[in-house]
Write a protein that binds this ligand. Sequence first.
Ligand SMILES: [Zn+2]
Length: 92
Amino acid sequence: MPCDICSRPTTDLNNIPNLTMRQAILSGFTPFTAGLLPQKLSRLATPDSPAKWKQQAMDGLLAETDWKLCNTCTAKIQKTEFRNQNSDPSEF
Ligand SMILES: [Zn+2]
């Protein structure tokens, strides 16, 4: 199974609740800023890639389900300092 963030295949996936992901994303987390994207994808990234990723993460398929993340990505999420849960999504 690939990790939902970095797409690396792993058998060691952690279940991250959807709400936790939303909080992390609202607090500024993206795989781009966290350095979690595979190099291949990073090279293809454009300046608006983080914004697009956020939009997909908040409104797309992943927004409805819990995330399955590898240990590396899980650690990054856990290190993200969450802002107030009620922070305004329009801050994007
Ligand atoms: Zn990962």
